[in-house]
Design a protein around this ligand. Structure first.
Ligand SMILES: CC(C)(COP(=O)(O)OP(=O)(O)OC[C@H]1O[C@@H](n2cnc3c(N)ncnc32)[C@H](O)[C@@H]1OP(=O)(O)O)[C@@H](O)C(=O)NCCC(=O)NCCS
Length: 311
């Protein structure tokens, strides 16, 4: 498949940090339980911020660091499950707040935690048909707005944040495979006008699905591209639970350090998790031309996806 180039990245996190100890004052839990079962110590939650303000901040940083002419952005795609409004989309409000040209397509995409990888596939496809050379992809979530803070089995997992990536076409290698299997039992949040919109989750079922989805995403991308984990520089997994990632790591002994982890201080930020990792790697000089990234994610839907991105 024709490739993409990561032109720039950006991210934004709410100021407020909610620690496990603070969480233990909201529900019956402990720092030790949360760390052992999930690897999470704290997460950021919106007080003054919103999904839109986080998206605007992350995208603004990406545009600034890219040095591109923002008028050359042909599409803004926002992966989110927690938009400020059902409509207008977060993407349209990003266009407004950043003063982007009206000559673009702006829309939100709903695929829960797999949202950013689905957006990557859609954005890559659009690059070949748009008149402009850049697509702005954003993954952003204000999950704290839909967390059920009486459910200790789920409220401890999630955090808020946003990551943005500007992509352009390239002749480098790109491959993606995605899946969907309708299921509202394991993980859901009802839509607007249909009751109280809060996350409802069967943790054990999601855990089992996640382990298999991650394995399938990695195995099939590697086998379809004829690569092995030896060829991969970074394996960027959706940060849902450290134990899910550890489970995958075990299948690749000696290569554990390729699996980047930042869940400890962010929690599961759903569609924002993969672009937040990309931005952290980029800002710290750990993404270099020629590197091969294997990105894999899963989430409600059920949805899952794996992608090979050669930088
Ligand atoms: C949610 C999750 C951490 C729960 O961990 P677990 O090891 O499966 O725990 P269980 O649900 O089996 O619960 C074990 C016990 O801990 C209790 N428990 C649940 N949450 C707790 C908490 N926050 N603090 C203390 N105890 C808790 C349960 O009530 C249960 O007690 P019991 O044995 O007396 O009934 C885990 O299932 C998970 O991460 N699943 C995937 C979720 C996910 O990734 N969702 C997003 C997908 S994108």
């Amino acid at each position: 498949m024709e490739g993409i180039r990561i032109v720039a990245t950006g991210s934004a996190l709410p100021e407020k940090i909610l620690t496990n100890d603070e969480m233990s004052r909201i529900v019956e839990t402990t720092d030790e339980w949360i760390q052992t079962r999930t690897g999470i110590r704290s997460r950021h939650v919106c007080e003054k911020e919103s999904c839109v303000s986080l998206a605007v901040e992350a995208a603004g940083k990406a545009i600034k660091s890219s040095g591109i002419n923002p008028d050359e952005i042909g599409a803004v795609i926002v992966a989110t499950s927690t938009p400020d409004y059902a409509f207008p989309s977060v993407a349209c409000l990003v266009q407004k707040e950043l003063g982007l040209s009206e000559e673009l397509m702006a829309f939100d995409l709903s695929a829960a935690c797999t949202g950013f990888l689905y957006a990557l596939g859609v954005g890559r496809g659009l690059l070949h048909s748009l008149a402009k050379p850049y697509v702005l992809l954003i993954g952003c979530e204000q999950l704290s707005a839909i967390i059920d803070y009486t459910d200790r089995g789920s409220c401890i997992l999630f955090g808020d944040g946003a990551g943005a990536v500007i992509i352009a076409s390239s002749d480098r290698r790109f491959y993606q495979k995605s899946w969907a299997r309708g299921n509202a039992e394991y993980l859901n949040c009802v839509g607007i006008g249909r009751g109280t919109a809060k996350i409802s989750m069967k943790g054990n079922d999601v855990f089992r699905f996640a382990v298999n989805a991650m394995k399938q995403g990695i195995d099939e991308v590697l086998s379809d591209t004829g690569l092995s984990m030896d060829d991969i520089d970074w394996c960027i997994c959706h940060q849902a639970n450290q134990r899910i990632i550890s489970n995958v790591q075990k299948q690749f002994p000696g290569q554990e350090e390729k699996f980047f982890l930042n869940i400890e201080n962010l929690g599961n930020t759903s569609a924002a998790s993969i672009p937040l990792v990309l931005d952290e790697l980029n800002r710290t000089g750990r993404l270099q031309k020629g590197m091969k990234l294997l990105c894999v994610g899963f989430g409600a839907g059920l949805t899952w996806s794996g992608a090979l991105v050669e930088l």
